[in-house]
Write a protein that binds this ligand. Structure first.
Ligand code: RP5
Length: 167
């Protein structure tokens, strides 16, 4: 019996500080997930074996983070038809611009849903995974809607506080 979960793969354990943002979002929605280090370049066979095994165990979305020549998301996208979200990590001398281009510029037919560079992208990877799962899981969809509504209320309250300070 397989149970739904999200797999977070990162090219190196050095990507973890950025990917904590994804983990936090998935936890906040109560979404099952696992976090593993797998590299397109350093461990290609182990990456392929993991993707196959994760699919069989119920993985519905793969989130792949890598820096530098970031081919992990694209490589995983070539191994599965489950949605793949790519997070370009900003840990090299080019501040993630290299990772962004190597993650986003996929050939036709093998898409990677690429989010922004670094922590903002890592956060959105968690939200995007939740929204994808929410298509089939009403309770997750409701949690996403509730959080958006709460964030809107909080932002408008900040505006009111700012107006008071400015007047
Ligand atoms: C990439 O190379 C990893 O995803 C990481 O962002 C970068 C550097 O890896 P380490 O040298 O820190 O292991 O493959």
């Amino acid at each position: 019996m397989s149970s739904t979960f999200v797999a977070i793969l990162m090219g190196s354990d050095s990507d973890l500080p950025v990917m904590q943002a994804t983990i936090s979002i998935l936890k906040s929605f109560g979404i099952e997930h696992e976090v593993r280090v797998r590299s397109a370049h350093r461990t290609p066979d182990a990456t392929k074996a993991y993707v196959k095994d994760a699919e069989e165990r119920g993985c519905k979305v793969f989130i792949c983070a890598a820096g530098l020549a970031a081919h992990l998301a694209g490589a995983v996208a070539g191994m599965t038809t489950r949605p793949v979200i790519g997070v370009p990590v900003d840990n090299g001398p080019l501040q993630g611009h290299d990772a962004l281009l190597s993650t986003v510029m996929m050939p036709g037919g093998i898409p990677v849903a690429t989010v922004a560079i670094g922590k903002a992208g890592a956060k959105n990877a968690g939200y995007l995974a939740a929204q994808i799962l929410g298509v089939a899981d009403q309770s997750i969809a409701e949690k996403v809607k509730e959080e958006r509504a709460a964030n809107a209320v909080a932002l408008l309250a900040k505006d009111e506080a700012m107006q008071a300070k400015l007047s």
